[in-house]
Design a protein around this ligand. Structure first.
Ligand SMILES: [Fe+2]
Ligand SMILES: [Fe+2]
Length: 180
């Protein structure tokens, strides 16, 4: 990854809720760049894909299981969050598969689908899952989870997780789980 300026790396907190919010704002910044035909869309997309995959995976490995233990009544919302990650990966794969980023119509049509899918997920995650974390997870545990979230996320980021082949594998796994 080369050019992610904001997100959880730049946040001056260990609170997992704040780190997740910081990444969400970074996704929105990168979406804004991707809408601009004068940007290096391929480079921005590569950064976005890495961050999206690493972020979702770190949520599923560290944050969702902890929240499920603290707030079992939120299990349906958490399952739904994982399904939406699979849907986001499917929309991301379609965008990564655009052969020519200068084919504006195709690129922007698929970008719109990804923004819609992710926008919906971010909204629900912030309302349902992050509010459940605010309510049920004590501050010291939120810091511990934040460190665990960042460790998984940064470890994954080092290996180009948003590369189309890896995203294709995640989409296939989502289909096998019945999420897609
Ligand atoms: Fe998230
Ligand atoms: Fe998520």
């Amino acid at each position: 990854m080369s050019d992610v300026h904001g997100g959880a790396d730049a946040a001056s907190t260990e609170d997992v809720v704040e780190l997740i919010l910081a990444d969400h704002r970074e996704f929105e910044r990168l979406f804004r760049l991707l809408r601009n035909r004068e940007e290096d869309r391929a480079a921005v997309l590569s950064d976005l894909a890495d961050l999206l995959v690493a972020h979702a995976e770190a949520e599923e490995r560290e944050v969702y299981p902890a929240l499920r233990r603290r707030a079992p009544e939120e299990a349906d919302e958490i399952d739904h969050g994982s399904e939406e990650h699979a849907e986001g990966h499917e929309a991301l794969l379609a965008l990564l598969q655009v052969e020519d980023v200068d084919d504006h119509d195709t690129f922007e049509e698929r970008l719109e689908d990804l923004v819609e899918s992710l926008g919906h997920h971010i909204d629900e995650e912030e309302r349902d899952i992050l509010n459940a974390a605010r309510e049920h997870v004590p501050d010291d545990e939120r810091d511990r989870l934040g460190r665990a979230f960042l460790a998984v996320r940064d470890d994954l980021l080092a290996g180009s997780p948003g590369d189309a082949r890896n995203v294709g594998r995640l989409v296939q796994a989502g289909k096998e789980r019945g999420d897609l």
